[in-house]
Design a protein around this ligand. Sequence first.
Ligand code: FA5
Length: 351
Amino acid sequence: MTVSASAFDALRQDALAGLARATDEAGLEQWRVEWLGRQDGRLTRLLRSVREQPAAERPAFGAAANGLKQALEAALGEREEALRREALQALTTTDALDVTLPGRPQALGRLHPVTQTLRDCVQAFAQMGFRVVEGPEVEWAAYNFDAVRIPEDHPARDMWDTIWVDTLIGGERKMLLRTHTSPNQVRVMERMQPPVRVIVPGKCYRQEATDATHEWMLTQIEGLAVDEGIRMSDLKGVLYEFARQMFGADRKIIFHHSYFPFVEPGVEMAIDCFICRGLGAACSTCHGTGWIEILGAGMVHPEIIDNVGYDSARHTGFAFGLGIERVALLRWGIEDIRNFYQNDVRFLEQF
Ligand code: FA5
């Protein structure tokens, strides 16, 4: 069989007319199989028939068939592109979808305000040379109470109405959710030798009647420094520097005497109330006192120094237990601590 130049032209026109009738992906594929399909495509068959041509005509036939194949492949590519453009155009002109509208932003999470405050406090103490260590949240009563001089019948145990773990050991409940980070004073001294300068951040749990400044779960940072010659003035210097960094130089700070069985002497540090500035007897945030207590502190009791195997004649130390939610209240002027753990996104996304 020989195919004349005009026959090639007719084939080309036939193919291009078929391509113009294809209006979607399926139509294009059908056309491709009909013309360019490897098994039985019309052009594939034509190319195979080169062998059957008289020897003298083979080169011209082959060249014409190949030229037609390339032309059809190019035409297919163009038609695909044209259909894609048409489809996009159709999308932009229908009311249902406006592809030019900006996308909806993804809501990004952020650190909880108490976590932010905890990190800032940790950094302030780290800059003063304190190293971070951690202790268990489920604690032995022996560490939480006895090791820090709060024996079974001591009235101080009432201050920390406790959430006990129900497991009985030797018929007694001996484990609890720690009520404060102070057991870590002992845990740290048991495994380190002076000089000690550590902070221990973590959650604590108490059976509290909650109010504007009390939650049943609270975050504390315990601080401990033990060395030769550590004095109360060192404690005050560290705490003043911390308060200056967290609250700025113009906030008022007060130290009250206080009692904690594990320090002697003991103090509490408070910051002036940002709500009433000390003027409101009806202020629910500071209970009319004008001050918001943020930490308890003092000189580590010599008996505890000796109990861990140090020598209290040589080594002295200070400790403090700082409430992080209270710091967060003060730095941002939040009236009620209970906001922090109510999981209201409208509150949390303000930080
Ligand atoms: C203690 O927990 C002592 N362990 C602190 C201490 C450490 C004293 C080292 C001396 C030496 P207190 O119960 O006062 O003390 O708590 C310390 C701080 O934790 C408070 O000043 C307050 O900031 C915070 N805090 C206490 N109870 C709550 C509560 N229910 N909700 C929120 N914050 C609290």
